[in-house]
Design a protein around this ligand. Sequence first.
Ligand code: 15L
Length: 307
Amino acid sequence: MIRYCVPALPRSSPDSQRRNRRLVLVTGAAGEVAGHLRRELAGRYRLRLSDRRPVSDLARGETFVRADLTRLAEVVRVAQGVDAIVHLGGFAVEGPWTAILDANIVGGYNVYEAARRAGVRRFVFASSNHAMGFHRRDHVISEHADVRPDGRYGVSKVFGEALGRLYADKYELQVLCLRIGNVNSVPIDERRLAIWLSPRDLAQLVTLGVEHPDIRFEIVYGVSGNRRSWYDNSNATRLGYRPQDDSERFAADVLARARPSNPVAALYQGGDFTVIEQVINPVGPVRPGRQRRRAVGPPVAKRGARR
Ligand code: 15L
C-alpha cells in the first residue's frame, strides 16, 4: 500500500486547471451530508450533483442532473463520463422496509451497476455506524469486527458494503466504504461524541476514496479523531487519514445537557436505532410549519448484555 497524504485543496486556480479537475458524481446531493461535503470540496473537483429533489443553489463547478435511484437507466445516464461516484443517496435512517428496499437495496445496486456500465473506476460508499450498531459501547471495534446491524437500515448498509466487495473483486471497481458516524458541525449528544465526523474530516476521507492511488476495496470508520471513539480506525490511518477534529472540545457542553437515556440504547453503539422502529433523523431538515416529531417505537424489552 502506497503511503499517501491528501494534498491541500487548491482554493483558486487558472481556468485550464479547473477544466482538468476530476468530475465526481454525488448522489443524494440534496441531503444534509452532501451540503457539508459540497462546501468542503469547493474548488477541488467538478461536481455533478444528483437527487430526486432539486438542488438549486449551485456553486461554481457544480451541475445538477435529476435521477431516481430506483431507475437504473436514469442512474446510468448520470454516471456517464464521471471519474468517481460518491454515493450518499438513499434512505438515511431506520424506517419502513419498503422505503429501505427501494432506496437502499434497489437504489444501492443500481448505483454500483451504473458505475460498471458507465466505466467509472472509483466509488465511495456512504455506509453507516449502524452496520455495526449492536456492538457494545465498551468494545473497541475495527473494520474486521463482525457486522452487527441494528435495524433494516443497518442491514441495507451491510448490503451496500457487500456490493462494493463484489464490484471490486469482479469488475475491479476501486471502492472505499465509509462507515459514517454522524456528520454535523458539532456533536449533538453523548453518543455523537464518540462518532462525530466534522465536515472537513468527511471531505478528507472522501478525497482519499477519490484519489488514493492504491485502493482496491477498503472499509474505514467515518469519524473524526475523537478521543471517545469506540473504533480502531487504523485502516484509515494506514491510508493516510489525518483527522483535524476531535469532539472532546465540545464534551463538557454536551455532557452538561445530557438526559438519561434508554438503558438498552445506552449499552450499544447504535443508540436509539437498537430499540425503536423508526428514527426521525436528528440532524435532518425540519419542514416549515411542522414540528420535529419525537421518535416512537414499541415498548423496549429488557435485554441482557451481549457481545
Ligand atoms: C446514520 O447513519 C444516519 O444517516 C444519520 O442521520 C444519523 O442518524 C447517524 O447515523 C447517527 O447514528 O447519528
